[in-house]
Design a protein around this ligand. Sequence first.
Ligand code: ADP
Length: 300
Amino acid sequence: RILVVGSMNMDIVTGVEHHPVPGETIQGNETRFFIGGKGANQAVAASRSGASAAMAGGLGADSFGIDIRRALAEDGINLDYVADQPGMTGLALITVDGAGENNIILSSGANGRYGADEIDQLNLSGFDVILLQNEISAAVNERVLDKAAENHIPVFMNPAPIDGFDRSQLGKATFLILNEVEAEVLSGIRIEGSSQALEAGKKLLKEGIPHLIITLGSKGSIYMDQSGSQIAFPAFKVDAVDTTAAGDTFIGAFAAKYAAGAELRDCLRYATAASALAVSQPGAQSSIPREDEVQSFLAE
Ligand code: ADP
């Protein structure tokens, strides 16, 4: 069983010819609604990869909260730990112009109001893995890390977005999963390929993190740990059309296989295949593949 403690958002996406300047009113094209938030994406990825996944976090008292609840339940995610909060659900207002350039306004809503005291109510026994990101308050993540340590449950920490991440939490995670940008910010090393990623990884392992994964987009990923073992896993060659949620798919898929007791190398192979499939489809959650699709891709 996997528990994701994190964000859930409604993403409202409108196509525009050009982004409005201050004071300007423009016509938008079709507006579409997508369920997102890194927490929800990772829970969906884990569930579609066959894990029994539960989500903890906050939803607001608006219709978006109802929509998100319904969609995540349809994805087989247990929502017993989702707290209903007064006020709005987390919201991302996104405009995309003709050149594909986007502007995003993020309102954290219930994600920001979800508090550390909610964690005290959670019964963590029976969970094999807990996933955290950085779209809810640092105090909540801190409480989860402490409570997970008491219960001897490994925590996969994905400090994304890295902005505002509380660095003191680094050493408390069992697995730290970073993309290039996050690894650069945390290590201070500019990453252009796997050799700098290894250098950054070595530096970060000195802070006491047991296991580390750095994902490198089309260059794949590297795994490193305190015992000195290193695995560089190349990406699968696919036609990438939309890399949104690549990292979330990788993490959720990896955690699903890890919780099922798979070997590390098999977890990496599976997660790499799942994220390759995700980038070869447009969309975020809609592009997260199911286990049978990943297995048939791997069998090709
Ligand atoms: P994030 O989405 O967090 O920035 P990355 O871009 O590093 O994360 O992607 C995560 C994983 O998704 C990579 O390790 C890789 O396995 C896969 N991936 C990303 N981009 C591509 C691509 N262009 N082709 C194939 N696989 C990709």
